[in-house]
Design a protein around this ligand. Sequence first.
Ligand SMILES: [Zn+2]
Length: 144
Amino acid sequence: MPPPDDHSAAQARAAIQAALAQIGFCPPGTITIRHARCGKPRCACPADPPSPHGPYTQWTRTVKGKTVTRLLTPAQYQACAPRFANARRLRALTAELQALSLQEMARAEGWATITPGTQAPPRTKLARVPNHPIPPKTPGDQPA
Ligand SMILES: [Zn+2]
């Protein structure tokens, strides 16, 4: 793939933005389909061949910093599946836009593309920003 110029990067960004504009409701979190073994002594789930319980449709998301999991009935999942598909599409488009942004930043700033196994370009030393002045430790040091 040739390195994008300004124009092709702008076109790619416009395409991502157009796709973003088409996205409908997209709930947070991810859907996982699980099978489970219950651990009851006489259940057939751990047998050979196993016949685990499920499938269970599990919706996992973060609410106020905590992971929250909710099981969805098949009917609930059917009703919400297009929205979860939207959410996956949103994540894919976001990842695409982030990758394009990195590429474009590197191009615009003249940063070398770092290829694994090659030597990294020399670092630019950043100017140190002075901290706030240290307050005096004793009252006597304070200015009049
Ligand atoms: Zn079981």
